[in-house]
Design a protein around this ligand. Structure first.
Ligand code: SF4
Length: 257
């Protein structure tokens, strides 16, 4: 094996460990059928047949509000009511440095809910989720399955920006999740798309890696939930674009079912 080929194999192994798609590395064949060991061909595996849905994954069913709930959040009857409570929230330390809260946006009757990790700088400045380059990529991903962004409810696990874009911490996620639960309850979508490890792990109450959660149909309170990469990760690693496309097509098939 040449040095270049060994490096390529090592790189692809790492990508696989990080949750990237599987690859086949073949020795190239010349037209006469002879092998040329110095010229590796790297091919992606063919995508699954369009009508094959992945296996069932995890189920998470956190308790929902009952009729006699007294907390202000459980008594909200609209996404605007939830946004008002979020704007006033100081339940975790993320409130200290925020410019704006970022509750989420989209119609109450959305069929798809997209959940990311937390607001970044532009989101914090504008109060809107998934804006900037990652947001533009999300808009394109949705357009590719013929779903205008305006028809999707888009939000995050935490509603205030973590300093320096660090990952939200466990206590911050725990403090903020009731807002997301209520938003999902009010929208009652047909499918949830969890983008990134934090979104997937928080919604499924698990520590499993994003790579192991992909390509399965999970359930959140009975709603099918698909896990994929966060658009910001795709900007850093274009190698994950194709698996993301595969995941989004699964969501599209569930929406069409
Ligand atoms: S991140 Fe969530 S729980 Fe923390 S202050 Fe903001 S809205 Fe409240």
């Amino acid at each position: 094996m040449t040095e270049k080929r060994a490096l390529a194999v090592e790189y692809l192994k790492q990508q696989r460990l990080l949750g990237g798609d599987s690859v086949i590395i073949e020795t190239a064949r010349r037209p006469d059928g002879q092998t040329a060991a110095d010229a590796p061909v790297i091919e992606a595996e063919p995508a699954a047949a369009a009508d094959d849905l992945p296996h069932a994954g995890m189920t998470f069913d956190p308790p929902s509000a009952d009729l006699f709930a007294t907390s202000p959040l459980q008594r909200t009857s609209s996404l605007a009511d939830v946004a008002q409570l979020i704007a006033a929230c100081r339940d975790c330390k993320l409130c200290e440095a925020r410019t704006n809260t970022v509750p989420g946006e989209g119609p109450t009757n959305a069929r798809l809910v997209v959940v990311g990790e937390g607001p970044g700088r532009t989101e914090d400045e504008t109060g809107r989720p998934f804006v900037g380059k990652a947001g533009e990529l999300l808009t394109k991903i949705l357009a590719a399955i013929e779903l205008p962004r305006e028809q999707v409810y888009i939000c995050n696990i935490v509603k205030c920006r973590p300093p320096e874009n660090r990952l939200p911490q466990y206590d911050e996620i725990a403090a903020c999740l009731p807002f997301l639960y209520r938003q999902i309850e009010l929208v009652n979508p047909k499918v949830i798309l969890a983008m990134g490890g934090t979104a997937a792990q928080s919604l499924l109450n698990t520590k499993q890696s994003l790579g192991s959660l992909r390509n399965l149909v999970h359930r959140f309170r009975g709603i099918p939930l698909i896990v994929t990469y966060h658009p910001a990760a795709l900007l850093r690693n274009p190698n994950w674009k194709r698996p993301t496309w595969d995941d989004v097509r699964i969501a599209a098939r569930l929406l069409a079912a």
